[in-house]
Ligand binder design. Structure first.
Ligand SMILES: [Zn+2]
Length: 74
């Protein structure tokens, strides 16, 4: 069962919950205030897939200034 991230409409806390895919948009009880009005923020499975690519792009590839080789200093 995939995990999803939800945000509570009442206390604005963010939490994770295991839900069937078909039920991912249904209200989820908040662990903080128990209000079943939480909204789906995102699928954690998608976050894990996209994060490594973003991290690789953030690593400097060029000279010591970290600009990627596009400036006069490297
Ligand atoms: Zn809450």
């Amino acid at each position: 069962m995939p995990r999803y991230e939800y945000r509570c409409n009442e206390c604005s806390s963010v939490f994770e919950a295991m839900r069937p895919v078909a039920a991912r948009h249904e209200p989820t009880p908040c662990p903080g205030c128990a209000t079943p009005t939480s909204v789906l923020v995102m699928s954690l499975a998608n976050v894990k897939l996209s994060t490594p690519a973003l991290a690789d792009d953030a690593v400097p590839q060029g000279g010591s200034c970290g600009c990627g080789g596009g400036c006069s200093c490297c």
